[in-house]
Each structure stands twice: as C-alpha cells, then as structure tokens.
Design a binder for this molecule. Structure first.
Ligand code: KIV
Ligand code: NA
Length: 277
C-alpha cells in the first residue's frame, strides 16, 4: 500500500470514500492498525486514560506523547501517524507550540499533529500550517476541556452552539487544517459540517455522514475498562481472551504443567553423565 498523505485523504473525500482512523499507543497495536488497513493512526492523548491509567487526558505530557509516538511511527509503514498536542500546548506562545509540534514530527516521527479547539487556537493553527506542519483540528467534545465542560457530554445540541461549531470548523479549514475530528455531536450537525467543508471531517460519536470515523483501539477490542461511551462498537472481546490466556498460564505454572516437554531443551546423554558424575 502507498503512503497515506494529505492528498490521499483529500481525494478520498472527493470520491466519497470513507476514511478509517484508529488510535494506537505502541508498536504492536500500531502494527495491527497498519495491517488492518486504517488510513490514519492517531496517537491520541487518550493514551492517558487507556494506557497510563489516568482518569482524564489532562496529565499527559509532551514527553509521554513523544515516547509513544516513536513506537507507533516504527510500526506504521503506510498509515499516516498523527499525534495529539497535549493539554494546554495549543495555547502556548507561537515559539512553544512550534517547538512541541516540531518534536512530535522530527523526533518522534509523526506526519502531523492534532489540536483541540477553534477560534482560541486559530493563530497557532496558522503558525503551524505556515511552517509546513499538517494540522488536524478537533471540535465538539474536546476532552482536554472536560473540567470546564463538566463532563463528557454531547455538544452542539441547540441552534446557537450548532451554528458556532459550523463556523469554527470553517475557520479551521481557512487556517489550513487538512482534516477535522468532530467528537460527540448530533448526526445532523456533523453531516452539515462535513458537507460544508472541503477537508475531511472524521467523526467519533458524530453519526453516519462524516467523511471518516475514528475510535479508540482498546474500545474496539474490548480491552481495559468495563465502561465505554455509547457510540463505541466493540468488535471483539479481546480483553476476555487476554484474561483467559494469562489465567491459564498462571494456573499451569502453579500445577507445573508449564513448561512441558515441547518447551524445554536438553543436554546430550554424554554431557548429562559427566555433569551428574
Ligand atoms: O485522544 C484520542 O483518542 C482522540 C480521539 C478520540 C479523537 O482525540
Ligand atoms: Na485526544
């Protein structure tokens, strides 16, 4: 498969070909996503909740993102790797946001970055796109603002906020974003935004009419928490398979069933004779 670029995605939108995006946080998960044919692998700051055990994305640092993006980039041969700018980074000075995005691309190997927000970060979006850094926007429910929003709630449910989201999406497009993630908005609003923009709109909890979909890797495979958002579809109960596998291993160790003949090596009988005298 050829390398996925911003042009690939633009063409897919034109041809009404859905874009598949999924998160990954390390080498093996990224390899699975790559081999499954996802166009975009997102090293999301959901890393904090999914892999690092925090209860929001707020504690995730740039160093965390660099570390995990490096592992993902080593596995992604053709998929586009996008890394999240962590909490607050999109609001820092022009120099600092450039340096952060620069590290994710140059040091960690990301293709581009994703940043949460609209008007309030627009100047920094322009700063990055002017520097040749591909920027993916993120509107609707922006988890880095969870404490301000007061929970993980559907956004754009009234005319005012719906119109505001549409306007913000257009501003991000004008600032040079190559795509936008739209999280937790009503299907009809997501459809209007997708139809109003020329750049791809990737939905999560945003209905059927976006230009693509994104989900969290561990949610799709039923790994980790018992709880997941209602928009998630669990395609496999891999968490249960993993649990059973490790339980079997522990039990076999305890009753000395592992290792068995198949998993050991032997000395020659001559050497055994010498060693045992
Ligand atoms: O961090 C993340 O996983 C995300 C996606 C859910 C869009 O931002
Ligand atoms: Na994120």
């Amino acid at each position: 498969r050829k390398k996925v670029t911003t042009r690939t995605l633009a063409r897919m939108k034109q041809n009404k070909e859905p874009i598949a995006m999924i998160t990954a946080y390390d080498y093996p998960t990224a390899k699975i996503a790559e081999q499954a044919g996802a166009e975009i692998i997102l090293v999301g700051d959901s890393l904090g909740m999914v892999v690092l055990g925090y209860d929001s994305t707020i504690p995730v640092t740039l160093q965390d993102m660099v570390h995990h993006t490096k592992a993902v980039a080593r596995a992604a041969k053709s998929a586009m790797v996008i890394a999240d700018l962590p909490f607050m980074t999109a609001h820092l000075s022009k120099d600092e946001v450039l340096r952060a995005a620069g590290r994710l691309m140059q040091e960690a190997g990301a293709y581009g970055v994703k940043m949460e927000g609209g008007s309030e970060i627009l100047a920094n979006v322009t700063t990055l796109t002017s520097a040749g850094i591909p920027v993916m926007g993120h509107l609707g429910l922006t988890p880095q603002s969870v404490n301000q929003i007061g929970g993980y709630l559907v956004q754009g449910k009234d005319v005012g906020t719906a119109r505001h989201l549409l306007a913000e999406a257009k501003r991000l497009e004008e600032a040079g974003s190559f795509a936008i993630v739209l999280e937790c908005v009503p299907e009809e609003l997501a459809q209007l935004i997708a139809e109003s923009l020329t750049i791809p709109v990737i939905g999560i909890g945003a209905g059927r009419f976006c230009d693509g979909q994104v989900l969290v890797f561990h949610d799709v495979l039923g790994i980790g928490g018992d709880w997941h958002p209602s928009f998630v579809k669990v395609y496999q109960q891999a968490g249960k398979v993993m649990q059973r596998g490790i339980e079997d291993y522990v039990q076999e160790v305890k009753r000395r069933a592992f290792p068995d003949e198949q998993h050991v090596s032997h000395l020659s009988s001559d050497l055994i004779a010498v060693l045992y005298g």
